[in-house]
Design a protein around this ligand. Sequence first.
Ligand SMILES: Nc1ncnc2c1ncn2[C@@H]1O[C@H](COP(=O)(O)OP(=O)(O)OP(=O)(O)O)[C@@H](O)[C@H]1O
Length: 305
Amino acid sequence: MDTRDLPDHPAPAPGNAFAAALAASGITELLAQLDRELIGLAPVKGRIRDIAALLLVDKLRTERGLSAGAPSLHMCFSGNPGTGKTTVALRMAAILHQLGYVRKGHLVAVTRDDLVGQYIGHTAPKTREVLKRAMGGVLFIDEAYYLYRPENERDYGQEAIEILLQVMENNRDDLVVILAGYKDRMDTFFASNPGMSSRIAHHIDFPDYGVDELGKIADLMLAAMHYRFDDEAVHVFAAYLERRMAQPHFANARSVRNALDRARLRHASRLMGQSDALADEVTLTTITAADLLASRVFADAKGAP
Ligand SMILES: Nc1ncnc2c1ncn2[C@@H]1O[C@H](COP(=O)(O)OP(=O)(O)OP(=O)(O)O)[C@@H](O)[C@H]1O
């Protein structure tokens, strides 16, 4: 998102009610923070900005008696694992709260097992309990397509879907549901569940990150943990990513976080194994090439042609 095209608002021109409302909403700052703290995701950020604009305009219209009815805000976030869907859903919840669309702005993240029971009569109370917890905020259903199992005629998932549909329609002024998962599976799910499809107003695709973006994400994560790569480690980490991305089960930013956690372990055991290791700030914060090269990802590549 390009926040440069959002007007600067500390001092709106006299009589400029729109600019004043935008400044008062605090939404510009939330969007700028989203832009700063999340690397890449330009199309996603653009869509969030559009939704925020719609909500602000809707609020101003309602204040003037021009209500078009509560906008439908249920969404689908599709993309591969670790592309930032949960993180963006959390930010979305904050934006919805800031603009007064939900009372509390919290996020309740669930999967099929939280909604669907094992036995007859267990599903409805389970689903209703989750919905009760989510009311006033955002309900995030990860891998939502698992709710629908056409191969099993008497699957209880259908019961959960029906309750969800009802609440999505009747409580749309106080609950936003975000369905998340792989794009192709979400598409198949919607094709078989037109009722759900028609209630989802916003479909947002989360692209995979490129090596450069993953490198920047690593820098952000390291800085937040008070670690850094030395110059050589920066290059080695790029080579690590190239290899890791070509392997199965690569999960974008989540794989970066896991790689950094393992590098922290190796950094610590390297220090413990050095009788002359210093305990100064540089030593305690610097991850070196050796801490990365010990990864299985490089070991696997040794025997490869
Ligand atoms: N664009 C980004 N910039 C910085 N950090 C990111 C970005 N995208 C994801 N992350 C970080 O990566 C981790 C995984 O992200 P997140 O859980 O949001 O992904 P997800 O798409 O919901 O994945 P999954 O569905 O597999 O849980 C989080 O720690 C998050 O903060």
